[in-house]
Design a protein around this ligand. Structure first.
Ligand SMILES: [Zn+2]
Length: 587
């Protein structure tokens, strides 16, 4: 038996080698078909998955049905484990729906005006959920779950002009759109009857063997083991953690191609979270308009600690954009050649030539995508590690950030010169950083707290009044929503926009912390709430009235505009760091 310390599963996806791809994808297709058939049959029993959830999910599914298309007993167990997990999750959402259904009201919908289409009245939604929560004594995570379902109900309203009466009306059957098969239903990596997995940590590889349907649909064991080279981080985790049953999964690329990946799931011990009484400082991190991340530390007495930190990705965006352009060009070429090839008669000899060329370009495209994604991942790891390092250096035990939900919907980054191009990619990276931070925090015992960021870049961190942003410190005639410089009319404080936002997010974190310390219960509050205390800059003097920080730190020799960072010694990290630096930061 394992000890009582909390554990946390960490997932690392590893692409299967080429030789196993076709068989694995066929296996995933077959499993998906079975899973979707089972979901169709069991959808009307969703309520039963609400309460009775003792034991593995496959057992629960097995109570209701056998395999709709049998490919072996353990194969079905794995498929039904996948199905059961989906149904349990949906049952949780149904519970949330039943809580919020009575409070759904037209007040949640912002009616259409001449300028804007109909939308969600988020303040009203938030207030209603808050009130509902007070009556339930539920915690913060459920707030997000409830909000999520309310948002889905509003989307339903936009389509049907009314709110749904039942959960099933709101939620269509959650079919699997990509192949997904957890091996958790099988008998383990040594005795498994659908898969086998053996680790060779000295060689740094895993030997994976699996059952699959061949092209004729006949099921076999693979004749040979597939040797999967393990990434460094997986090897390292495996020395301390326990390997769980893996999940086979399909990934779809933007170009429509598919690859099979194996998720290595490693269960590691969770570090204890620090007691609230011991938390004294909060690191507030904000997704900047002109930096990827800006972070500032504020202590529980609302004093800023140390200098702010700007993570600037410099040449990274440009490199990613170049790779994207390269991919786009390859795409165009492929489309053109395909068209020319298809115009030929079926037995034309030149078809083979076209096919050869196409294969080369597709491979190149695949390489570009891989490079692109790898770079994103590397940057996400670097950024999250740097923030965690900063927490250690500044003695912060609480990291306060925007919630992921708003991250997806926020239009931040648009409208800023040259940024729009990278906007989509930034959203991807931010999501990745956010997720990494969340689990790394749990791993090292740091509290992670998320906030709704509404108004954080348009509130003065010093006096708490609403403030406007401008293009630059000297150009204060016209306020610009995405302006880089914040100026407060009330107290004349002014500063870099991203810096102000990060202080505000830290202020929200401090408010949360203080509530937790006093009442062990806290509700997120808005930036205008009087409980959110102002912060005055206590570093080496206030920011100088200089142009805002940015990537263009070079002098104006080239005739370009010259920017100075507002704080000497604030760090600018480029993502083009050498591998050794990444590793050092990974600690
Ligand atoms: Zn002010």
């Amino acid at each position: 038996m394992r000890d009582s310390r909390p554990h946390q599963p960490l997932t690392y996806d590893v692409r299967l080698p080429d030789e196993a791809q076709a068989d694995a994808l066929r296996l995933l297709d077959a499993s998906r078909e079975v899973a979707n058939a089972a979901l169709t049959l069991l959808w009307s029993h969703l309520d039963d998955f609400k309460a009775d959830r003792v034991g593995p999910a496959w057992k629960q599914v097995g109570k209701y049905m056998g395999s709709p298309k049998s490919h072996g007993d353990r194969q079905w167990r794995c498929e039904s484990e996948t199905v059961g997990r989906i149904l349990r999750q949906q049952a949780e959402r149904k519970k949330a729906f039943e809580l919020i259904q009575p409070i759904l009201s037209n007040g949640f919908i912002r009616p259409k005006t001449e300028k804007r289409p109909a939308g969600k009245n988020r303040p009203a939604i938030k207030e209603a959920i808050g009130a509902l929560q007070k009556s339930l004594e539920e915690d913060e995570t459920n707030f997000v779950a409830l909000q999520n379902v309310v948002e889905q109900c509003c989307n339903y309203f936009f389509q049907s002009d009314q709110f749904p009466e039942t959960y099933e009306e709101l939620q269509p059957i959650p079919f699997l759109h990509i192949g997904l098969l957890t091996y958790a239903g099988d008998d383990g990596s040594e005795k498994g009857q659908a898969y086998r997995l053996a680790l060779d940590l000295d060689a740094g590889t895993a030997r994976f063997r699996f059952r699959y349907p061949d092209e004729a649909g006949v099921w076999h064991w693979r004749k040979v083991d597939t040797i999967i080279p393990l990434p460094e981080v997986v090897k390292e985790r495996l020395t301390r953690g326990k390997l769980m049953a893996p999940t086979l999964r399909e990934e779809q690329r933007a170009d429509g191609s598919r690859t099979a990946v194996l998720d290595f799931i490693i269960e590691v011990e969770k570090a204890d979270l620090p007691a609230w009484e011991s938390v004294e400082r909060v690191l507030g991190a904000d997704w900047g308009v002109h930096t990827l991340l800006t972070a500032t530390t504020v202590d529980e007495h609302s004093e800023q600690v140390g200098r702010p930190f700007f993570l600037n990705t410099g040449g990274f965006d440009g490199r990613q954009a170049r790779t994207r352009r390269q991919i786009d060009e390859l795409k165009k070429k492929v489309a053109k050649y395909e068209e020319q090839r298809d115009a030929l008669p079926p037995d034309h000899p030149k078809r083979a030539w076209f096919n050869q060329k196409l294969a080369v370009w597709r491979r190149e495209m695949d390489l570009c995508w891989r490079k692109y994604e790898q770079r994103n991942r590397a940057l996400a790891h670097l950024a999250s590690n740097v923030l965690l390092l900063l927490c250690q250096v500044h003695g912060c035990s609480l990291l306060s950030m925007e919630s992921l939900k708003t991250l997806k919907t926020t239009g931040r980054g648009r409208g800023v010169r040259g940024r729009w191009r990278n906007y989509r990619n930034n959203t991807t990276i931010r999501g990745e950083i956010w997720r990494l931070l969340r689990y790394k925090c749990h791993l090292i015992g740091l509290r992670f707290h998320t906030e709704q960021p509404r108004g954080t870049s348009h509130t003065c961190p010093r006096c708490g009044h609403p403030a406007k942003t401008y293009r630059s410190p000297s150009d204060r005639i016209e306020a610009v929503k995405w302006g880089r410089w914040m100026f407060c009319e009330s107290c004349h404080y002014n500063g870099d926009r991203d810096y102000c936002a990060s202080v505000n997010i830290a202020r929200l974190g401090v408010t949360y912390l203080v509530q937790m310390k006093q009442k062990s219960l806290a509700r997120s509050c808005s930036i205008t709430d009087p409980r959110v205390k102002p912060v005055s800059y206590t570093g080496a003097g206030s920011a100088l009235l200089l142009p805002p920080t940015g990537s263009d730190t070079r002098p104006s020799v080239s005739g370009k505009k010259c920017y100075y960072p507002g704080w000497l010694g604030s760090a600018f990290l480029q993502s083009s760091q050498k591998k050794s630096v990444f590793l050092r930061l990974s600690g």
